[in-house]
Design a protein around this ligand. Structure first.
Ligand SMILES: [Zn+2]
Length: 328
């Protein structure tokens, strides 16, 4: 929490931050190494957080790929190397993410996987995408941490098969890092507030101001958080939220035409994957927004690598909390 002063739990926050800084450094070092070896990043024990873990078997499962079984040398527990709690194997999950980021609908993905000899249902695809997004967001809070310039907030309506929702977006102007994407039933102060609050763990300091088109919900939210607001209506200054308009048109041009989004929650999941695609894979002027904020991830490393490193970071972060609790 950086925009809003947070008294009280200071001690815990400090501990959390130390772990976060250490893991971020380890990830950046790995990303900068020419020869990337993911095996160097072993998953710590789920029960006690110990790093002294050995792989004891690889279980092959019919049509669903393999899982690695690990044994902790500290507490003796056996566990499956599967932070995503999915019955699908890692490569399949990465393929689903990759296909989704190429704007394929779940029905198309089902057919695509069938061609590769895998029978996976549409609900399984939705479920694993939701879990992958959870991990990616937790990972983002570990790796993304930068000094913003000013931010731009804007919303736009989106049709779904059961009506209309609003998408509220927040970006950093200079890096074009897409900080938050909130889907809500109505245009509201709460949506604006939530978008700004979600950016808190990603920012090293408060932005100098937040720019908007003058919608009252944005202005009230910015004021409520004690930040400076700059605005003009689109009539007064047509280009006032240019930075975000180009993002909106990119999103619109990539939303699958078919009625994929029956629900708010499937739209949310898809938009989060799009957000990661924009931040980590979309080069704007030769650099991705993630690279602009100092994350040495190259788009050529691919979704599989991004997911792998995210899983490692999140497992290591959770384990470091366990180690702290248990004092090991
Ligand atoms: Zn253990």
């Amino acid at each position: 929490m950086r925009l809003v002063k947070n008294s009280g739990k200071n001690k815990i926050l400090l501990g959390y931050d130390q772990a976060r800084h250490r893991i971020r450094k380890e990830i950046f070092d790995t990303l900068r190494r020419e020869n990337l070896s993911l095996d160097m990043m072993s998953i710590p024990c789920h029960s006690c957080g110990s790093k002294n873990v050995r792989s004891i078997e690889i279980r092959e499962r019919k049509r669903k790929g393999e899982v690695k079984v690990l044994k902790c040398q500290n507490c003796g527990r056996k566990f499956v190397d599967n932070l995503l709690r999915s019955h699908l194997d890692f490569s399949t999950i990465a393929t689903i993410l990759e296909l989704t980021s190429q704007f394929r609908s779940p029905s198309l993905i089902v057919r695509e996987l069938e061609k590769r000899g895998m029978r996976i249902s549409k609900p399984s695809i939705y479920s694993v995408l939701t879990k992958a997004v959870e991990v990616l967001i937790e990972f983002e809070e570990i790796v993304t941490f930068f000094e913003p310039t000013y931010l731009v907030i804007d919303d736009s309506p989106q049709k779904i098969s059961r009506g209309k929702v609003w998408i509220t977006n927040l970006i950093d102007a200079k890096s074009r890092y897409w900080l938050a994407c909130v889907v809500s039933q109505t245009r509201s102060l709460d949506a604006s507030l939530e978008a700004i609050r979600r950016s808190e763990p990603l920012l090293q300091s408060a932005p100098s101001y937040i720019k908007s088109d003058g919608y009252q919900g944005h202005i009230k939210a910015i004021k409520e958080l004690g930040l400076k607001s700059v605005y003009a209506t689109k009539k007064e200054n047509y280009g006032i939220v240019n930075e975000i308009e180009s993002l909106h048109s990119w999103i619109r041009s990539h939303l699958p035409k078919e009625a994929v989004f029956k629900t708010e929650s499937s739209l949310k999941t898809f938009l989060e994957i799009l957000r990661f695609k924009h931040n980590f894979f979309r080069e704007i002027g030769g650099k991705t927004p993630a690279q602009r904020v100092g994350i040495p991830f190259k788009p050529s490393m691919g979704w599989k690598f991004l997911l792998k490193i995210a899983i490692w970071a999140v497992a290591e972060y959770r384990a470091s909390e366990k180690r702290m609790e248990l004092g090991i």
